[in-house]
Design a protein around this ligand. Structure first.
Ligand code: CO
Length: 203
């Protein structure tokens, strides 16, 4: 059974960690100081730590269907506040992925009300031409990218991000796409506060 396999793996993993460092779990239990907030899709094929090699303690992770950033999502608002104000992460990474079922659901106007309501912000990014374009796969990939750019824009306006930029506390927002068919990450854009960007340009 699959759950049995998961627990057996876990036992072997603990033994392996302890063999490498007998204090491994003691150290982890002392606290976290992650380097980035990762915002990704729930898709089982896009596991943040697996595709980036990030170790326990390095990524603070939030996942939802189609990695949508909504200012009216209380779960996400709490995650963003905690990551930026308490953990003081220096990076936020929004990572969409190709062949995203959520983005496809937005394109096809999924009939389930809870999904169509959730996916609304993605659907609103579609142009009339894209809605009638027969090449659904191409439109879908373009929509994945638009959704990431939209997320970076929405994040830039949210209070915890604005507060960090006003404090001149280094914070960069990265927009990436994970290509399921090749395994590679593609960087779409990176945004910092105006003063940080100027400093980076002159140094
Ligand atoms: Co997805």
């Amino acid at each position: 059974m699959f759950p049995t396999r998961l627990r057996l793996y876990n036992k072997a993993w603990v033994a392996n960690r302890l063999e490498l460092n007998v204090r491994y779990f003691e150290r982890l239990a002392e606290g976290q100081s992650p380097q980035a907030l990762w915002i990704g899709c729930c898709d089982s094929r896009a596991p943040a730590e697996e595709i980036t090699g990030a170790r326990p303690g390095e990524l603070f992770v939030h996942r939802n269907i189609a990695n949508i950033v909504r200012a009216d999502d209380p779960s996400f608002a709490g995650v963003l506040f905690y990551a930026l104000e308490v953990l003081k992460v220096p990076h936020v990474i929004v990572c969409g992925h190709s062949n995203c079922g959520g983005v496809r659901g937005a394109l096809d106007n999924h009939p389930e009300p809870c999904l169509s309501q959730w996916l609304g912000p993605i659907r609103s990014l579609l142009t009339p031409g894209e809605l009638t374009d027969p090449d659904k796969d191409a439109v879908c990939l373009e929509l994945v990218k638009k959704n990431v750019r939209r997320a970076v824009n929405v994040l830039s306006e949210m209070a915890p991000v604005q507060a960090r930029w006003k404090q001149a506390s280094p914070l960069a927002i990265h927009g990436w796409v994970y290509h399921l068919d090749s395994g590679y990450l593609e960087a779409l854009e990176e945004r910092r506060s105006a003063s940080e960007s100027t400093a980076a340009a002159t140094h």
